[in-house]
Design a binder for this molecule. Structure first.
Ligand code: DLZ
Ligand code: SF4
Length: 512
């Protein structure tokens, strides 16, 4: 084995050519390592398409690095000497190559960073510059603030990046946040654009076979795998969104419709989170589309807000608060995750649709995640760890840094309001307003008690009542508590009983 001076380790979600680690290494005397390992593929039972995406994208990236003149060591899952873990492979290759130093880019997940730091070899860490806001910068922003709020962070980021800003320092259009203009329901008959599609090449087909053989026990379908696995394909998906999705994205960002898994969403989150797209480029393209009149401001601002606001905000919170953040459970929830999250087998139409498409595609958009599957878990008092694990396993874009704060903090309010000022609890009425699900449902959205009544309705009031101690003083919930208090006693009791009954059914392992 020809020795190398230094070894650069690239993780499966670090598939970018412009990592700062490359600046520190020299292709003529250093080597790069990418390793498919069982530990990463199984620390949760990832959706088979997620494993396929990452392995295929890793193999394509290794090939591209080789073409650029790098010496690449690529470990396949089935290689005879594969130790099964990233620290194991790092040590094995550092020794075989006799390297002086091992270089890495900051991990996305605390778990893996800990494991690597404890591998017994000093490591040279590089900042992950694929984000606008470094961990240190976020910590500096957060320090001394009594309360962290996305909106304040977002405005700071707009000023810092200059995105959608006027020369005088004011936001383009005069308002920072057009969230109010992102909430239109889908007019009847309007459909999203045709979906971009990516044919599997030989390399991807080989990976699909491997995943089918080795991960048959994981939930989720491998059939119809249709994700970009190279930078060029990811760029094509992005261009498809710019051409056909962006203009209507703003209006219908929160809408849901049967048989429309993507609507006007870009579906780029998986490609972005593993490094196939560059966030700066995405933001610049969206701003340009707005300035050239190809997209309205509510679309451009709404999209940029997701990237430089929400996405970077949750990452900042993750690194600020880990590892104790993962243990938080402000409501003391202990209920197991209902079986139907793994099968989609429920009479609740909204849940069946959102879960069904998640199992089929490894994808659901933010409102399906927040206001359908997430809202149900919140109202039903599911244990945060159980629902967090589900999101982490089932979505192709899910890595702990982004999934955990979104699920534990935003969806479950399990951090007691650290990340968001109020829980996103809602009755069936919200789902009815934003979707066409209710018309085809076995339950009646206009009823709250009785066998036919939409479960979200009674569970909503049950949730508010059982957590009155914690939520009753929240000014943003004052009106709903007033409504609860105004109900006559009989109605309040009937709602409580219906809620109790639904929760008892969940505890007995029955589907709803
Ligand atoms: C998610 C994932 C999977 C399924 N497999 C691998 C792998 O075999 N090798 C690898 O380097 N990375 C993989 N990943 C991504 C890592 O889990 C990811 O780098 C960490 O979770 C940190 O974000
Ligand atoms: Fe979902 Fe209730 Fe509407 Fe059925 S009636 S689709 S359960 S919100």
């Amino acid at each position: 084995m020809t020795p190398a001076r230094r070894l650069g380790v690239l993780l499966g979600d670090q598939l970018s050519f412009d990592l700062s680690l490359f600046d520190a290494l020299d292709p003529t005397q250093d080597a790069l390592l990418l390793a498919e390992v069982m530990d990463e593929a199984t620390y949760v039972a990832h959706h088979p398409q997620k494993i396929a995406l990452i392995f295929s994208a890793m193999r394509h990236f290794a090939q591209a690095l080789g073409e650029r003149g790098w010496r690449v060591i690529y470990v396949r899952l089935d290689d005879a000497d594969n130790s099964g873990s990233l620290p194991g492979e790092l040590l094995r290759w550092a020794e075989r190559l006799g390297v002086e130093q091992v270089h890495l880019t900051e991990c996305g997940e605390w778990r893996l960073q800990e494991a690597l730091n404890q591998c017994g070899r000093p490591l040279v860490w590089h900042e992950d510059r694929r984000f606008f806001c470094s961990r240190q910068r976020f910590a500096a922003w957060a320090s001394g603030r009594r309360q962290l709020r996305m909106e304040n962070f977002y405005r700071d980021m707009r000023k810092r990046t200059g995105l959608l800003m006027e020369f005088d320092g004011s936001p383009v259009g005069g308002t920072w946040n057009l969230d109010q203009d992102n909430r239109k329901a889908l007019p009847k008959g309007l459909r999203g654009p045709f979906a971009a599609s990516f044919a599997a090449d030989d390399l991807t087909r080989e990976v699909l076979q491997l995943v089918e053989q080795r991960f048959a026990g994981h939930y989720g379908s491998l059939e119809g795998f249709d994700y970009p696995v190279t930078h060029a394909e990811a760029q094509a998906l992005w261009q498809h969104f710019l051409d056909f999705g962006l203009a209507a994205f703003g209006d219908y960002q929160d809408a849901m419709a049967q048989g429309e898994p993507y609507l006007f969403h870009a579906r780029i989150s998986a490609a972005l989170n593993i490094g196939l797209l560059d966030v700066r480029q995405l933001c610049a393209d969206v701003e340009q589309a707005y300035r050239e009149g190809r997209a309205p401001l509510n679309a451009a601002e709404g999209f940029i807000r997701q990237l430089i606001g929400w996405r970077e905000y949750v990452r900042g919170i993750y690194w600020l608060r880990m590892p104790e953040y993962a243990e938080l459970n402000a409501f003391g929830n202990r209920r197991a995750l209902p079986e139907f999250y793994w099968t989609g087998d429920t009479s609740m139409r909204c849940m069946a649709q959102a879960i069904g498409q998640s199992l089929e595609l490894g994808y659901a958009h933010h409102i399906q995640r927040l206001m359908v599957t997430g809202n149900f878990a919140l109202l039903a008092g599911i244990a945060p760890k159980a629902i967090c694990e589900w999101y982490l396993a089932i979505y192709l874009d899910a890595f702990d840094w982004v999934e955990l704060p979104n699920t534990l903090g935003m969806v479950m309010h399990a951090d007691g309001g650290y990340l968001g000022s109020k829980p996103y609890c809602a009755s069936g009425r919200y789902i009815q307003r934003m979707s066409d699900y209710c018309g085809d449902c076995a339950y009646r959205v206009d009823q709250a008690v009785g066998e036919q009544a939409c479960p979200f309705n009674a569970l909503y009031w049950h949730f508010l009542r059982r957590h009155r101690d914690r939520l009753g003083t929240n000014p943003r919930l004052a009106m709903v508590y007033r409504n609860l208090d105004r109900m006559d006693e009989e109605r309040r009791e009937a709602l409580w009983q219906r809620g109790e009954d639904l929760l008892a059914r969940l505890d007995a392992g029955q589907a709803l």
